[in-house]
Design a protein around this ligand. Structure first.
Ligand SMILES: Nc1ncnc2c1ncn2[C@@H]1O[C@H](COP(=O)(O)OP(=O)(O)OP(=O)(O)O)[C@@H](O)[C@H]1O
Ligand SMILES: [Mg+2]
Length: 310
């Protein structure tokens, strides 16, 4: 692909309408080469629809979508070898073995049997699944299936890799393994465009776009988003558990702070520092108040669900 400095993806005023309904509503953003770009948003926000437009699988109703400086709708065939797309829907054939699935995926990209064999061996080594090569996919665990789907996506060695909820429904250990692979791919110069509903995963992204009902509502690095949505860092309150709900309700009713529950703690965003201090000093149930780092989960809840969140 062209290595001169220009974004690998440029989306300008993209709109996708299904009848009267705009699934994507005039969004603009760009993605730089080699970055891990997180595309976040609630269910139905328009993430998959946007990815399908960038991959040339769906024509925009309006707007410009360029990959590597080329208009996607008129250059799909030229761009296809450079793009890998792990779709949100599971796309492997359950009755075929891992090896057979990889051969099939490779043949779709015009690779020869010999090329597929070499590349499959490399990938199995890379993702650590050599022992599963001759097992039918239907017998693999959910997490292993997802990793095999990633291998099928990488078989033709694409530069630009779309991962649409690649870790959905997998265990924390599998998610950690998956993200190690993603980071290694990015370190090797690949561009990763990833969607996830796990906000701890979003922390691994270099930049994030947050979508809501077809529109972009926030964009930036994880740090910048935290600063934007929490100019005053929240505080955490620890207290005896039966009191938690009462304290939360009181803080809210008196408009001192908005608070969410996290296990035994309340995370509060303080509106009135003086009244908050007085309230916590006088409240016997509260035994600790300390500053907390906002997480992307906090940002997401505030940006997408409104102030109160859960
Ligand atoms: N082919 C289609 N025809 C009609 N509506 C569609 C079509 N594809 C998607 N939609 C609608 O567009 C909206 C956005 O869908 P999309 O799949 O892009 O959301 P998403 O952000 O990927 O959500 P999720 O997190 O659940 O995967 C949804 O309301 C969906 O029902
Ligand atoms: Mg989706």
């Amino acid at each position: 692909m062209n290595k001169e400095h220009k974004p690998i993806i440029r989306v300008e005023n993209l709109t996708v309408a299904f009848g009267d309904f705009k699934a994507v509503d005039g969004i603009s953003f760009s993605v730089e080469r080699g970055e891990i770009f997180g595309f976040l948003g609630a269910n139905g926000a328009g993430k998959t629809t946007t990815i399908r437009c960038i991959c040339g699988l769906l024509n925009p109703t309006q707007g410009v979508v360029e990959v590597d400086g080329k208009d996607v709708s008129s250059s799909t065939l030229v761009l296809k070898p450079h793009i890998g797309y792990m779709s949100q829907k599971f796309t492997l054939y359950p009755d075929l073995t891992v090896r057979e699935n990889l051969v099939f995926a490779g043949s779709l990209y015009g690779l020869t049997r010999a090329q597929i064999k070499t590349r499959a061996a490399e990938l199995m080594q890379f993702i650590g699944l050599t022992q599963h090569l001759d097992e039918p996919v239907k017998l693999l665990s959910g997490g292993v299936k997802q990793v095999v789907a990633l291998a099928a996506t990488l078989l033709h060695n694409p530069d630009l890799i779309f991962l649409d909820e690649p870790t959905a429904g997998t265990s924390p250990a599998t998610r950690a393994d998956f993200w190690r692979l993603i980071r290694t791919l990015a370190q090797n110069g690949k561009t990763i465009f990833v969607t996830t509903h796990y906000m701890d995963e979003a922390e691994y992204c270099g930049r994030i776009v947050l979508m809501e009902r077809g529109k972009i509502i926030a964009a930036g690095t994880p740090q910048a988003l935290k600063k934007q949505f929490f100019p005053q860092p929240p505080v955490e309150l620890l207290f005896k558990r039966p009191e938690q709900a009462r304290v939360r309700a009181e803080l809210k009713a008196r408009n001192i702070a908005s608070a969410q529950m996290f296990g035994d703690a309340l995370r509060a965003e303080v509106q009135d520092a003086a009244r908050f201090d007085k309230y916590t000093r006088q409240n016997q149930a509260i035994f600790d108040v300390h500053p907390a780092q906002p997480t992307l989960e906090d940002v997401f809840l505030k940006a997408v669900c409104g102030r109160e969140g859960k």
